[in-house]
Design a protein around this ligand. Structure first.
Ligand SMILES: NC(=O)c1ccc[n+]([C@@H]2O[C@H](COP(=O)([O-])OP(=O)(O)OC[C@H]3O[C@@H](n4cnc5c(N)ncnc54)[C@H](OP(=O)(O)O)[C@@H]3O)[C@@H](O)[C@H]2O)c1
Length: 267
């Protein structure tokens, strides 16, 4: 199927590694002009060269200044406005995976809010007016399964992702009849390089494969495998994002697509 993505000017935030890299790679394969983003220029340029991207945009999205710099560099690389904005950058900025809600400080909540909610709010504020003027655009925000099914630990991260879901629905509702859609994609546990490194270090075996790390972590109850029987991959996410980015998906807006192998138990 031709998703009609050829030449579409696209920014994928947090695409210097992990899920974002997988998304950028698949969108580039579909013909999008992709800008790769991260905080580290060397890492972003390595990915950009590999996927034949339109360029890179560097900056910390947890600040207004950083987001403005990313937006400006992306526009320069694309030679026009951003048509497809994938707000993927994020992750727990505090790493509070073992802290209960009352052990997490207000400062930690604010930190995660800046990284996981406001990063997207900032870029939408900069890029969406141009989409509206052009009467076409796609905003896809990468949230998390924990936004709707939080763990007992790490509430500062899951709370920030829940706010992102809320923002996306309001944004979609406000963009009535202007050809711009806004959706959320919510990953379950996705095996990215960081997790592979963590597993290899934890078990002292640098040769452990993704399957090996997954089995060991599941056996040690670090997580439960979802009904799909495996962890997700960046490609699992990228597939859904390519679909939502397509001009053929104009009737899908305000939705939250779960890509979690069946992890979230809800109807
Ligand atoms: N992996 C999972 O299991 C999982 C599950 C649910 C949701 N998610 C979400 O999926 C997204 C991608 O996660 P990942 O697992 O692929 O993580 P990752 O491999 O650590 O990649 C995170 C990316 O975001 C960028 N980033 C992080 N904080 C940033 C900031 N303040 N400003 C600008 N860029 C920033 C990083 O850039 P640098 O190169 O500069 O570090 C990197 O490119 C995140 O939003 C995460 O919350 C992941």
């Amino acid at each position: 199927m031709d998703l009609q993505l050829k030449g579409r000017r696209t920014l994928v935030t947090g695409s210097s590694s992990g899920i974002g890299e997988g998304i950028a790679r698949m969108l580039a394969q579909e013909g999008c002009a992709v800008v790769v983003h991260g905080r580290n220029r060397e890492r972003a340029e390595t990915v950009a060269a590999e996927i034949k991207a339109a360029g890179v945009a560097i900056g910390d999205l947890s600040t207004d200044e950083g987001a403005a710099a990313v937006h400006a560099e992306a526009l320069a690389a694309l030679g026009g406005n951003i048509e497809i904005l994938i707000n993927n950058a994020g992750g727990s900025s505090t790493g509070n995976t073992t802290k209960t809600p009352i052990e997490i400080s207000p400062a930690d909540w604010i930190s995660n809010y800046h990284t996981n909610t406001l990063a997207a709010v900032r870029l939408c504020g900069l890029a969406v007016p141009d989409m509206v003027a052009a009467q076409w655009g796609r905003v896809i925000n990468v949230s998390s399964a924990v936004a709707v099914q939080p763990n007992n630990m790490g509430a500062d991260y899951s709370g920030a992702k829940a706010a992102l879901n809320n923002f996306t629905l309001s944004l979609a509702g406000s963009l009535k009849g202007v050809g711009v859609t806004a959706n959320t994609v919510s990953p379950g546990i996705i095996m990215v390089d960081g997790m592979l490194r963590f597993g290899r270090q934890k078990y002292g075996d640098p040769n452990l494969t993704i399957e090996g790390v997954t089995q060991r972590l599941a056996a040690d109850k670090v997580f439960d495998l979802p009904p799909a029987g495996r962890l997700g991959t960046p490609q699992d996410l990228a597939l859904v994002i390519c679909m939502l980015a397509s001009p053929m998906s104009g009737f899908i807006t305000g939705a939250n697509y779960r890509v979690d192998g069946g992890q979230v138990r809800t109807v």
